[in-house]
Design a protein around this ligand. Structure first.
Ligand SMILES: Nc1nc2c(ncn2[C@@H]2O[C@H](COP(=O)(O)OP(=O)(O)OP(=O)(O)O)[C@@H](O)[C@H]2O)c(=O)[nH]1
Ligand SMILES: [Mg+2]
Ligand SMILES: [Zn+2]
Length: 293
């Protein structure tokens, strides 16, 4: 018996990285009856039949579990945006951030294609960088063609499982290729048809990178909030979360209530207008969603 981590699932086999390399494993028959489906990212116990084949016998308790992509034990989400082509979207970034805050995953923000963007666009990106860094979110501006800024961002991979997320064409695969050219991940898909690039691979795989494990994913163009109550929303904006106790009313929604510490901070310029406006927009979306059910 040995312990390892599932780094790839393909055609019914689990590829387990253990003390003696990667072993191709079957799931144990009883998993099916117990409805246990091993996932990429799972820490497992396995029995090796020989140096390359074996059987997974036990799945260790998970810290968390993502549905799309199906990966367990995720520590960090690398949120990739491009400065241009497609244009940087602070609205989509805030949407992602609400999701990662809700799932208790740490975000790492990377903006690519610095080499393609005008000075004016880069000034705007720098303005946002200051906003997010102030909130404690790591934020890097990089170029996958000149390799500028890549290593600094990649140092965050160490000892963690990272999932990459972002729209199609922002340079997720290019980012990984630029770090490790031997990876040879397919790139160049700008097709937004069906919300995913035409070249993107279907299987999920964790790649060893900078002393951590990283999963590339196909891009997508929309992201819905699921089963979130609008009253929870400000918990996922750290600058609002920390001010909640100072709002006059319990359950303050930070919209029209008097004595609201969030609105006060907004007026003082301590909370960014773009973040606050996105909060209002998401709040509206969520309350409309509630009414539909
Ligand atoms: N100039 C420049 N081009 C880039 C950069 N990063 C990516 N690209 C180009 O942008 C296009 C899309 O890059 P991909 O890496 O395939 O994007 P992706 O995010 O993996 O896209 P999907 O797999 O479809 O989700 C490719 O043509 C890349 O060569 C960059 O930093 N600078
Ligand atoms: Mg890709
Ligand atoms: Zn308030």
């Amino acid at each position: 018996m040995a312990e390892g981590r599932i780094i790839k699932a393909l055609s019914g086999f689990y590829y387990v990285s253990g003390p003696e390399g990667t072993v191709q494993c079957k799931g144990r028959g009883v998993f099916r009856n117990k409805k246990i489906k091993p996932l990429v990212g799972d820490q497992v116990v396995y029995k090796a039949d020989n140096y390359k084949e074996g059987t997974v016998t036990e799945v260790k308790k998970r810290k968390n579990e993502l549905i799309r992509p199906p990966i367990a034990n995720v520590d960090q989400a690398l949120l990739v945006f491009s400065a241009v082509e497609p244009a940087f979207s602070p609205l989509l970034l805030d949407r992602f951030l609400v999701h990662v805050e809700e799932s208790d995953i740490d975000p790492l923000i990377v903006v690519t294609k610095e080499d393609l963007a005008s000075e004016e666009v880069m000034k705007e990106v720098a303005r946002y960088k200051a906003i997010y860094q102030k909130l404690g979110y790591p934020f890097y501006v990089v170029s996958n063609t000149s390799n500028k800024g890549l290593e600094e961002a990649a140092l965050h991979f160490k000892d963690r499982i990272t999932v990459i997320a972002g729209q199609s064409g922002v340079g997720k695969s290019s980012f990984l290729n630029a770090l490790v050219p031997e990876l040879n991940l397919e790139t160049g898909a700008i097709s937004t048809h069906l919300g995913r690039g035409k070249h993107t691979t279907r299987h999920v795989e964790l790649i060893s990178l900078y002393e951590g494990l990283v999963a590339d994913t196909p891009g997508f163009s929309s992201l819905d909030f699921q089963e979130m109550d609008e009253s929870e929303l400000s918990l996922y904006f750290p600058e609002m979360r920390e001010r909640l106790p100072d709002c006059k009313f319990r359950g303050c929604t930070h919209r029209k209530e008097p004595g609201c510490a969030v609105k006060e901070a907004l007026e003082q310029g301590e909370i960014s207008e773009s973040r606050y406006n996105h909060y209002l927009q998401f709040y509206q979306e969520l309350s409309e969603q509630q009414r539909r059910y």
